[in-house]
Design a protein around this ligand. Sequence first.
Ligand code: ATP
Length: 456
Amino acid sequence: MERYKIINEVGNGTFGNVWRALNKQTGEVVAIKKMKKNYYSWEECINLREVKSLRKMNHPNIVKLKEVVRENDFLYFVFEYMDCNLYQLMKDRAKLFSESEVRNWCFQVFQGLAYIHRRGYFHRDLKPENLLVSQDIIKIADFGLAREINSQPPFTEYVSTRWYRAPEILLQSPIYGPAVDMWAMGAIMAELFSLRPLFPGSSEADEIYKICSVIGTPSKREWAQGLQLASAINYQFPQIAGVDLALLIPSASEDAISLITSLCSWDPCKRPTAVDALQHPFFQSCFYVPPSLRTKTAVAKTPPAVMRGALEQKCDKWSFGSLPNPKPSSNFSTVTSKVPINTVTRVTGVQRRLDMNYQEPMGSDKSLKGSVNQQPKYRPPVRNVPMVGSGVTTRAISDAAEKLANVSIGSGRGRPTKQPVFKPMKAGGWHGQHDLFHGRSQELLPGRSYSRKVAG
Ligand SMILES: Nc1ncnc2c1ncn2[C@@H]1O[C@H](COP(=O)(O)OP(=O)(O)OP(=O)(O)O)[C@@H](O)[C@H]1O
């Protein structure tokens, strides 16, 4: 790591501290994330979700992981540097963002998500802190919780940050998928318009309460499976009518409200995919969705047998398995070029480094050593807004059912007395694997009635 000169700290997440640094050889400014946990073997490092998923991603709206270095039992990720995160942009703002600013950011994030989902991953911890911005460009960061779509459920070892956590996760569904990212995007989009979180729950039970207060209690017709999930954990939804989103977010246009409403559908099957979202009228003025992405919307794969059964979701538009071949189809109208893959590992004394300049093709779980291959390179659509593109948190949800079951919330009962403040708050995340959890304390932001550290 002596090749880098540290400039200043830019972030302190649950898993690592992030610094702005200068590559002394190239003059390039980078972001270095030093993981808080020690890593005693290289194998441990390359098996990390953040490494396994990010090394397969090459998209303008996903933060680029440049290299991974293990030195003196510490693990460092070197990323391209981004100016700030979306939460930082929102927190001190008095003036609302314009609709076109929100549209341009969301369009880029959906492009990144369409790419991630199509490559067989979902992020699982989208929140404003994990969306990094440099000028007009926004990129998805922090793939610590990213999950392969075709990995075997049940997914119990972690969940996303509470305020952006999808109801199926809150209700302990052992099966969930990319639709959780779409829920999070609905909440983030609403927050971008109003500069306040849409569902700022102070506990898991309060989170569901907050959701019901906004979108109304789900009926059997709306989300039969959700009612089953709730009854499986002895949870009773509070009976609330919900509110008119247009009144709650008066600065958003009808199209924006329509998109937020469909993203924040109780039933994951009713949420649009990222590709669907890109084609929503809200993005009418955004020019281009690659045809290959558009056609993939209709692709339905049979979920693995383990995903069927009691909790079967007839959710054809969501592909539960990774697509066998990520190669863009020939009707991909932007030019695709091939880049050589040359993932390199090397040992230099105490240092072992994984260079990320080249990536291995999706779906390959080959050893990192000396793999040489070719991969179609993603080219962004031609549009007048530059596009670019990463984060994740975890928590064991072992006691959540108990918590929810014990907190029966009827209207007016159990509701926190504090009202949400009309200011953005910093969301924290749960990192339930205790060996990874470093006990960041609750941070109470001055003058705000809620902590944005929303563990639990
Ligand atoms: N590439 C980058 N460029 C600039 N800042 C970054 C970059 N990556 C991360 N940061 C900053 O550091 C913060 C923490 O990074 P990150 O989310 O990766 O860490 P973490 O430990 O996984 O956090 P979390 O608690 O959200 O899980 C981000 O919110 C962001 O402000």
